[in-house]
Design a protein around this ligand. Structure first.
Ligand SMILES: [Zn+2]
Length: 241
């Protein structure tokens, strides 16, 4: 019973990841792509509108039949919740508030919950679900230019089609899931892996640390600390002299 897989190890590759070299080549061939970098100022309003719409739908369904509530939860609430996790993803790349407002990034992310699993797919998806997922399907383009907001990612492919037309693509996420379960050549091992260049540690990245450090910078903590250290001579600099 159950499906079997034809692989029992990952596809190991010893070449460098392709994003850096492709980014350099694209920027050389199409320097105008830099115009797409930066902040999507409409993004926060779209996210707030989606959350308000969710609350409005709850209010509309307060006396509704359970069948209708379940259908709404799956067809509408599910889609918006999924879109919200992808909003978190865009926000985490500083394409919504920039680098100046770490606390705004932190709050909006925690409101929406952290989920970056969708980034683990290997190829771009150009289907219609991009319309309500902030173009997260433009996966290869996003990893080539992580500082381009989701809204502008389709433009990358339009400006530099010669770099993307020959890559494998997906047009259906349902098909990907179906193949993952039922195709022996797919499965958990059907992905490219590279050996890490530095030793990996379980707690190595401290995801929240950069936001906390950013917040402390923002509040002037480090300046006050430096000032206090020099006034109180905490590091004994004066005594050494
Ligand atoms: Zn990303």
């Amino acid at each position: 019973m159950g499906q079997s897989v034809s692989r029992d190890d990952f596809i190991w590759t010893y070449t460098e990841q392709p994003h850096l070299s492709r980014r350099e080549a694209i920027l050389k061939a199409h320097p105008e792509i830099k115009k797409l970098f930066g902040i999507d100022y409409s993004f926060k309003y779209v996210v707030v509108a989606m959350v308000i719409f969710q609350i409005f739908m709850c209010w509309l369904l307060q006396d509704a039949d359970w069948v209708l509530i379940l259908l709404e939860g799956y067809l509408c609430g599910g889609v918006i919740n999924h879109a919200m996790t992808l909003a978190i993803h865009d926000i985490s790349h500083n394409t919504v508030f920039g680098n100046k407002y770490p606390i705004a990034v932190l709050i909006l992310q925690h409101v929406l919950r952290l989920n970056k699993i969708i980034e683990n797919i290997e190829f771009s998806y150009y289907g219609t679900w991009n319309l309500c997922t902030f173009n997260v399907g433009y996966h290869v383009e996003h990893h080539d230019f992580p500082y381009i907001p989701g809204r502008n990612l389709p433009m990358v492919r339009k400006i530099a089609p010669e770099f993307y037309d020959d890559l494998m693509i997906h047009m259906s996420w349902s098909q990907v899931l179906w193949d993952f379960v039922f195709k022996p050549s797919m499965g958990p091992y059907a992905r490219i892996k590279r050996k890490p260049r530095v030793e990996q540690a379980f707690w190595g990245n401290y995801v929240l640390a950069e936001y906390i450090i950013g917040f402390l910078h923002y509040t002037g903590y480090y300046e006050m600390k430096r000032y206090a250290e020099s006034v109180l001579d905490l590091n004994n600099n004066k005594k050494k002299i």
